[in-house]
Design a protein around this ligand. Structure first.
Ligand SMILES: [Zn+2]
Length: 382
């Protein structure tokens, strides 16, 4: 759908306003997208880990729509084939995680894993263990939810699984996700004299280079798309591909853009919520990718951030998205269009992936790995 924005009016605006009023982010209903509504939309986006732009597009609308469900307002169960989706499911999943029940990442979808975690909880509190969340289970959750906090078991399990997979890069599966690229979706597009640079083409070139280097190091590498897919590919589809391959890592490549050409720099995103739940392995990967790129290229450090974006939320392996500079910045663009500079970025990501598999005590200073020696270093370690 077309993004709904400040200045718009009509029934769609009225519906969004009423949701924001329900969330207590806005005081009055109505059908005009005014300044107060713009502030409310931005506050909502900030809270949900979405891009904060004040525009209601597909992703923000999806999150608003799902937010109408408050935990306790309906009975939750594992519905087949169409799973129940909503804010109430996410609240339930976060509460289960806090109590130490493995419901997977809080993805707002009531799937089999959530049902299993609910059944486990029901057994522990002496309720019929049917995996559905009705009034009695809800009551037990309310009574216990705030008292019992067991840390972040999901992330400990993820870290443990990652550790058990061993330190050898050879044979690991990595998915590289060049953003955009299907149909009309070119991502950020910038005319530059007679040339037109697109995010889709540049990140595909980077993914392609990375594929060759990672494969040479002995990893199994998959790209989520070819150079010119016919149709746009959604985040859920990209995440689904990585899940079905049983990938060990996923790295998504994007470029950023801004109305102001002064904005520049690199930022890396991992899965996490404002309430402090985050993927520790994903955060470590984000840190390494960010630091290697900043040290090796000198791009401005726009740091790492926790986000609940679909791609990060739905993937079942440590996953990061890196925004490799602003195509709208003459400074970043000049460098990005240079293949030698792109090679530096590739080497930085390669070094970060390699360091993911070093035991923490054997880790090396950022910028110090000579990735040309990667294979040799690996065979002597394994
Ligand atoms: Zn992008």
């Amino acid at each position: 759908m077309r993004s709904i924005r400040r200045g718009d009016s009509g029934p769609a605006v009225a519906e969004i306003r009423s949701i924001l009023v329900g969330l207590e982010l806005l005081e009055s209903a109505g059908d005009v997208f005014d300044d107060a509504m713009d502030t409310a939309v931005r506050a909502f986006q900030q809270d949900r880990g979405l891009g904060v732009d004040g525009l209601v597009g597909d992703e923000t609308w999806g999150a608003l729509d799902a937010s109408r469900w408050r935990l306790g307002a309906r009975t939750l169960f594992h519905s087949v084939p169409d799973a129940l989706v909503g804010e109430d499911v996410r609240t339930l999943q976060e509460r289960l995680l806090e109590m130490g029940f493995d419901s997977g990442r809080p993805d707002s979808i009531y799937g089999p894993r959530t049902a299993r975690a609910v059944a486990q909880f029901q057994r522990e509190v002496g309720l019929t263990s049917d995996g559905s969340c009705g009034p009695q289970t809800m009551k037990a959750l309310r009574q216990l939810g705030r008292k019992v906090v067991g840390g972040r078991p999901q992330w400990l399990r993820e870290a443990e699984a990652f550790r058990r997979a061993g330190t050898n890069l050879v044979g690991k599966t990595i998915v590289i996700d060049p953003g955009h690229g299907g149909g009309d979706d070119q991502g950020v597009l910038v005319p530059d004299g007679p040339l037109r640079w697109s995010e889709a083409d540049l990140v595909y070139d980077l993914a392609n280079r990375l594929e060759g280097r990672l494969a040479a190091a002995g990893m199994r590498v998959h790209l989520t798309r070819g150079p010119k897919p016919a149709e746009p590919i959604g985040s859920a589809e990209r995440a689904g591909l990585a899940n079905s391959l049983g990938a060990d890592l996923l790295i998504s490549l994007h470029l950023d853009g801004h109305d102001n050409e002064v904005a520049d720099g690199v930022a890396t995103y991992h899965y996490g919520t404002g309430s402090g739940l985050s993927s520790t392995v994903g955060e470590r990967l984000a840190n390494l990718v960010q630091r290697e790129i900043v040290v090796r290229t000198g791009m401005r450090d726009c740091r790492i951030h926790a986000k609940t974006w679909e791609l990060l939320r739905l993937t079942r392996m440590p996953a990061v998205r890196v925004d490799l500079g602003y195509l709208t910045s003459p400074l970043d663009r000049d460098r990005l269009v240079n293949p030698l500079f792109r090679e530096q970025i590739v080497e930085a990501i390669l070094a970060a992936v390699q360091r993911m598999y070093y035991p923490v005590e054997a880790d090396v200073p950022t910028g110090s790995i000579d990735v040309r020696q990667l294979r040799m270093a690996l065979s002597s370690k394994s």
